[in-house]
Design a protein around this ligand. Structure first.
Ligand SMILES: Nc1ncnc2c1ncn2[C@@H]1O[C@H](COP(=O)(O)OP(=O)(O)O)[C@@H](O)[C@H]1O
Ligand SMILES: [Mg+2]
Length: 254
């Protein structure tokens, strides 16, 4: 999937501008990281890509394989293969993980998957993520710890096989061992599905020890201000965001 985010300006209800002429081209199979300080608009970007209703698109476009996806609802974008691993996954009372995943799989593949095949695949995913097998039958994220919620998001990714994966602050809530396991699963997924695009959003560079990006972008005040490779992330780790190009600096996109 080729995604071009073109000159996107986004406000919230009160008219506050959160994304400001944001542009980024993401080629199939590439791994991009967006780094930036708290509140610069990273999670807003991830939610806007999935048509979150709180945000207004003032101008610009999101083009997927040549077509604007702005008219598409969240579920239509999901069926296209866009997947968001939330920064703070919500819980859903009354729907078990397995019911949810089987329904979502049926929706995305348009085929009712055989129960046995489905359970085997889910058990395998749960084992690879070192999750408690009982979680299959619990309500989605209900009383899950922060780290368990993140693992559950990655389980969904492994089962639903998206083409475009947005990982918003994947490391938040994960202890060192869980972070390693989760990143191993992401890397394995990428190896098995090399055309998958990954957009990794983080304010903390630690996760880049595990997931190696092709491009590192720095975001500030709703726009990209700098682009580089891993060395840019290393510079930020040492010097913080204050060392990056100041506001109004030009972003040399690809
Ligand atoms: N629905 C909303 N209503 C009002 N303000 C919002 C809303 N969503 C985000 N914001 C504000 O937009 C800014 C960017 O938020 P966010 O995208 O979550 O930042 P980040 O993920 O980079 O830390 C913040 O100042 C936040 O308070
Ligand atoms: Mg955020």
């Amino acid at each position: 999937m080729q995604m071009n985010i073109e000159d996107l300006t986004v406000t919230v209800a009160e008219g506050k501008k959160i994304l400001d002429h944001f542009s980024l081209a993401l080629a199939p199979g590439s791994i991009h990281v967006i780094m930036g300080p708290n509140g610069c608009g990273k999670s807003t970007l991830s939610k806007v890509l999935l048509a979150h209703p709180h945000y207004n698109i003032v101008s610009g476009d999101i083009i997927v394989d040549g077509n604007s996806i702005l008219p598409l609802s969240t579920d239509a974008r999901s069926r296209l293969g866009i997947f968001l691993c939330y920064q703070n996954p919500i819980s859903v009372d009354g729907v078990t993980n397995s019911e949810f995943l089987r329904t979502a799989l049926t929706e995305t593949t348009q085929e009712r998957i055989n129960v046995y095949t489905f359970m085997k695949a889910m058990e395998k995913g749960i084992e690879e993520l070192s999750m408690d097998p009982a979680m299959m039958h619990r309500f989605i994220n209900q009383d899950f710890s922060g780290g368990e919620r993140k693992k559950n998001e990655i389980l969904q990714m492994k089962m639903l096989k998206p083409k475009f994966v947005i990982l918003d602050e994947l490391d938040s809530g994960l202890d060192v061992d869980s972070l390693r396991i989760v990143c191993q699963n992401v890397n394995q997924y990428k190896e098995e599905n090399p055309d998958t695009t990954i957009l990794l959003i983080t304010h903390y560079p630690r996760i880049l020890e595990y997931i190696h990006p092709d491009y590192v972008h720095v975001m500030r005040d709703g726009k990209l201000v700098e682009m580089g490779d891993l060395s840019l992330a290393q510079k930020i780790e040492k010097e913080g965001y204050l060392g990056t190009t100041s506001m109004g600096g030009e972003h040399h996109g690809e």
